[in-house]
Structures are given as C-alpha cells and as structure tokens.
Design a protein around this ligand. Structure first.
Ligand SMILES: Cc1cc2nc3c(=O)[nH]c(=O)nc-3n(C[C@H](O)[C@H](O)[C@H](O)COP(=O)(O)OP(=O)(O)OC[C@H]3O[C@@H](n4cnc5c(N)ncnc54)[C@H](O)[C@@H]3O)c2cc1C
Length: 385
C-alpha cells in the first residue's frame, strides 16, 4: 500500500528512519519509559539526520520534503517509541510550522533554521486550565504597551516546554482597552516573566516533556506576533490540521508496534498443545488488528497526500486522527489480551504501547472534538451544494 504514496525518496527516508529507530531508539524505549528522562542525545542525533525539519523548505534549513514523508517518519519513530515520536512531531508541526506558514520573512530567517536543524526545540502553547477543547475561551491576555505586549496568564500540558528554546503561544490581544481576539506570539523560553513548572508525571509518553507555564508580566516584542495579530488564532487552527495528521501517523506507529509484538508472541506461546494463533479467537483478533491498521494508514497517507496538493484537509485530517487514535487504543488493548498475564507486566512492552496510546484520543483535539469537526464539514458539504 505504501507504494501508492511513496516515491524513491520517501523509501530512502523510511529506510533511514527505520534503521535509526531500530538501532538507537528501540533499545532505549523501556528505560526511557521507566525513568521518564528526556532523550537529549537522541534529539541531537535526529537533528543531525535531518529529521527535525522534514517538511520545512530547504531555504530555511529544512529537508524540503512533503507531508507524506513527514508522516512516514513519525510512524517509523512511533513503532519504536512514542515519546521520541511526539517530541519530534510537536517540535515540527507545532513549534516550527506556524512560523513557516504564517511568520514574517524576518521571523523565518531568525528562528526556522535553528529549529529545522534541531539546534533549538520548539513548543506550542494553546491549552489553558480552563480552555482545552474550548480554545476560544483563552484567558491569557497580551496587552499592547508601546512596541511590546505584556502577557499574563497560564498554559497547561505543553509538550517540549521544559526543553524548548522557543514556544508559540496564543493570547487574547488587548489594544487601547479593546479585545481584538486571539493572536499568536513567538516567545523565547528565557523571557523574564515566563515560569516553567516541573515536568508532569504521566501515564504514557513518559519521556516526553510536558509542563504547565505561567506568564507574569512577560513582555514580548510586538514584532514577535505571528501573522496579523488578530489572525493568529486562525494560523494556530491551520497548524492543528497538520498536527492532527502527524498525531494520526503516531497512532498508526503505536498500533503497529503493539501488533507486531502480539503477532510474534502468538507464534511462540503454546496452550492446549497449540500455538495460540491457531485458536480462532486469537487469529481473528490478529486479522482485525492488521486490517484496521491498514485502513488507518490509508487515511493518514491520503490526508497527507491531499495536503501536499494544496487541498483543504480539515475533514480528512480529523478523520485520520479520530480513526487512527481509536485503532491504536483497540489494537494495544488486544495486544495485551493476546499476551495474557505477560501483557500486563513490562517484559513484553505491550503495556507501554497501551499506556502511550490513550493520550492519542485526547491530544490535538479529543475524539469528541474530531467528530464535531467531521460533522461540521460533512454538513457544510451538503448545504453548499
Ligand atoms: C500529554 C499531553 C500533551 C499535550 N500537549 C499539548 C501541547 O503541546 N500544546 C497544547 O496546547 N496542548 C497540549 N495538550 C492539551 C490537549 O490538547 C488537551 O488536553 C485537549 O485538547 C483536551 O482539552 P482538556 O484537557 O481541557 O479537556 P476538556 O476540553 O475539558 O474535555 C473534557 C471532556 O469533555 C469533552 N468535551 C469538551 N467539549 C466538548 C464538546 N463541545 N462536545 C463534546 N465533548 C466535549 C472532551 O472530548 C473530553 O472528553 C496536551 C495534552 C496531553 C495530555
């Protein structure tokens, strides 16, 4: 199926990422999960391999590849370890692409080469304690004061925020006492007034760096606004569409990692004198897992392929994210079932894939929100006929 979407260049990239994931990432995955330590050295290696800026134009130091390539790379990393995959995906889709898509030429030249090379990590701060799904309820304010903005408020669950050099944040813009809507800003992580809290202790994605942030009178130069100040929120929403395809790819990788382990185990484990795949209930589970993974993969690459052709993929990205994340949850659950008691302990790794899968139904828009988006788009299609 990959042949449908892959060129020789894609194949070469996938081979390279596969090697890196197998030799460098996979042997460390269990330890990273247990210690929760952020893998700085692996991120450095990914930068050297050109994996920290796959869809970034060459002009700004990226690999200049397309969204199919980027999704394929995320998928390969996630087969080995979801924390490493989300570090790269959040950095690329959310930390870097808003600047590439809507930044000024000056911002692109100043920040993007450092991000694309992996010299600096990027993060993205949209979610607030009272504004997750309801992002329009953003309470953080940026009050215009001469040639800068004074930012007050907070963000929560921000991936890469403790290890990033830069983050793109959203805030409600107040100018001359008037609310101008939600905008986006580039914030250097050494800005006075930015307080980065200790790393969250999570169920999965344990080596990934997730934190709460506080802004206390943080001054941000007006030239750091991304796009027109009031258009910043739209930029962020566009960013989320791309981010959803990468999270969907991550979900497929997570599902494949668990499925491959279950498949192998089913050919080794014996019960009642047979390999367990010979029991129809186990064999049919494996057949369903393989089929659903293939379907999710098609949705992911189709959405990426359409995006590469300049199509509006709001619906396709939401469908890919919704379906792939639910496939990841179901497949990792079945992988544990196939392992029996051994699936519940750490020895066979499937419990890690299961814990890593759950957040895929939550981050970058919950499954409920994806359904709302899909419903909105399909109704729009028929009412505009
Ligand atoms: C590990 C991790 C990493 C993350 N990384 C980032 C990041 O880098 N940057 C960032 O900005 N955010 C990040 N997030 C935040 C994530 O995007 C939000 O948690 C998510 O959007 C849900 O928001 P919430 O947690 O406030 O839940 P809520 O919005 O409070 O939702 C609670 C429940 O209500 C449901 N619900 C809410 N509204 C509706 C509705 N209208 N219709 C139907 N159901 C509804 C939801 O689907 C959910 O089941 C991360 C989260 C996690 C856990």
């Amino acid at each position: 199926m990959d042949k449908l979407f892959f060129t020789d260049e894609h194949e070469m990239l996938v081979d390279m990422v596969k090697d890196f994931a197998k030799n460098e990432v996979e042997p460390r995955a269990r330890e990273m999960d247990e210690t929760g330590e952020f893998p700085h050295d692996l991120v450095k290696q990914m930068g050297e391999l050109g994996l920290m800026g796959i869809p970034v134009p060459e002009k700004y130091g990226g690999a200049g590849m397309d969204n199919v390539a980027y999704a394929a790379a995320v998928m390969e990393l996630a087969k080995a370890d979801a924390s490493v995959a989300i570090t790269m995906a959040a950095h690329t889709s959310l930390g870097t692409m808003p600047i590439v898509l809507a930044g000024s030429e000056e911002q692109k030249q100043k920040y993007v080469p450092k991000l694309a090379s992996g010299e600096m990590l990027g993060a993205f701060g949209l979610t607030e304690p009272g504004a997750g799904s309801d992002a329009g309820n953003t309470k953080t304010t940026a009050v215009r004061d001469g040639d800068s903005y004074t930012v007050n408020g907070s963000k929560i669950f921000i991936t890469n925020s403790g290890v990033a050099g830069l983050m793109n944040i959203t805030a409600r813009i107040i100018e001359d006492g008037k609310d101008k809507g939600i905008g986006a800003f580039i914030v250097s992580t050494d800005t006075p007034g930015l307080k980065i809290m200790p790393k969250e202790k999570k169920m999965g994605w344990r080596a990934s760096d997730t934190r709460e942030l506080f802004f206390d009178g943080m001054r941000v130069p007006a030239q750091n606004a991304i796009g027109s100040t009031s258009g910043g929120f739209k930029t962020f929403l566009k960013t989320l569409t791309g981010g959803r395809i990468s999270v969907a790819a991550l979900a497929v990788g997570t599902a494949i990692g668990a499925y491959e382990r279950a498949l192998k185990y089913s050919t080794e484990r014996e019960a009642f004198g047979k390999h367990i795949h010979q029991f129809q209930s186990v064999g049919f589970k494996l057949a369903d897992m393989a089929t659903r993974i293939e379907a999710a993969k098609l949705l992911v690459f189709h959405a990426a392929w359409l995006r590469d052709r300049g199509k509006n993929v709001i619906k396709e990205a939401a469908m890919a994210k919704l379906f792939a994340s639910e496939v990841a949850m179901d497949v990792t659950t079945d992988a544990i079932q196939i392992h029996g008691g051994y699936g519940y302990v750490k020895e066979y790794d499937v419990e890690r894939y299961f814990r890593d899968a759950k957040v895929l139904e939550i981050g970058e828009g919950t499954s409920e929100i994806q359904r709302l988006i899909i419903k909105r788009e399909i109704i729009k299609e028929i009412t505009s006929l």
